[in-house]
Design a protein around this ligand. Structure first.
Ligand code: NAP
Length: 268
């Protein structure tokens, strides 16, 4: 009965990780961190997921993640086999700006940069460091961060994606952070990966307005002319879990797609 921890599991892909892993095998122990514990617990209860535990954790607050790791150890007997850091900030107030749109808006650039690097990069480092003592006790030792193809240079060029500067930059930094952790823990047998989950329809329940989302997804159709639409969260999570399970030593620290390679979208 492997132990899975999903950091940032309240909704979207994070919650789907909890649900899929829970349903795959009732003997799995699944722990999700959330900023609002009660809301996530209610979803877990409504879905009848008996092997899922929700603990408080905010990626902006390293002490909360240390506390989450302590609670996790009490639930799991001190071991974490799979750690998946999923939560992210999207810098919505700056999402549609290209680089030169920040001339005269330097404060907006800096404010959003501070927040997004705090949550997506520092938050991942806080989570990795908090849970690493538990991962090191596992015989499986798999660690993943959910990244984005938005950080890939070929995607940026072929999709002519000039917007989402903060988001793409934070995910590029995240990929480097993952490689650094892979180098640090190589001799301990921990395998790290950053995974782009593909384009996934998770925004129905959150606060990105449709017109904004349409603009952000335009480059996807330029990049992949045959693209038929987003994956469902179920499809994406199943693919990501396969990548994590099938990870080879030679891939340690790599940035991979949901297909386990550099094919970022569905049909390309
Ligand atoms: N959907 C896509 O097409 C797509 C594509 C590429 C990459 N991704 C990546 O996939 C991951 C999940 O995205 P999603 O589409 O599922 O987004 P989502 O539905 O908006 O969910 C975002 C999640 O991040 C959590 N979060 C935000 N700030 C946090 C913080 N400070 N501490 C802890 N958790 C925090 C949110 O928790 P709260 O409920 O507390 O806000 C929520 O659970 C992200 O890393 C995203 O960059 C998604």
């Amino acid at each position: 009965m492997p132990v899975y921890v999903i950091v940032g599991a309240s909704r979207g892909l994070g919650y789907q990780f909890l649900k899929t892993i829970s349903e795959q095998d009732p003997s799995n122990i699944v722990i999700g961190t959330a900023r609002t514990v009660e809301k996530a617990q209610e979803k877990v209860k409504n879905d009848g997921l008996k092997n899922v535990h929700i603990v408080h954790g905010d990626m902006d607050d390293h002490a909360s993640l240390t506390a989450a790791a302590k609670k996790t150890a009490e639930i799991s007997g001190g071991v974490v086999d799979y750690l998946i850091v999923n939560g992210a900030y999207f810098a919505i107030p700056a999402l549609l700006n290209a680089a030169d749109d920040y001339v005269g808006k330097e404060d907006l650039f800096l404010d959003e940069l501070r927040q997004i690097m705090h949550t997506n990069v520092a938050g991942t480092l806080f989570a990795f460091n908090a849970f690493m003592p538990l991962v090191l006790k596992s015989s499986i030792k798999r660690v993943a961060a959910i990244s984005s193809a938005a950080a890939d240079k070929n995607y940026i060029f072929e999709g002519e994606d000039k917007i989402s500067l903060h988001y793409a930059t934070s995910k590029a930094a995240l990929n480097t952070l993952v490689a650094k952790f892979a180098a640090r823990y190589k001799d301990d047998g921990v395998l790290f990966v950053s995974i782009s989950p593909g384009w996934v329809d998770t925004h129905a329940e959150d606060d990105i307005p449709k017109e904004l989302l349409d603009k952000v997804t335009e480059p996807l159709y330029r990049f992949d002319k045959g693209l038929k639409g987003p994956l469902t969260p179920v499809q994406s999570v199943e693919k990501c879990l396969k990548v994590i399970d099938g990870l080879k030593k030679e891939q340690n620290g790599e940035f991979l797609s949901q297909h386990g390679n550099k094919v970022w979208l569905v049909t390309k």
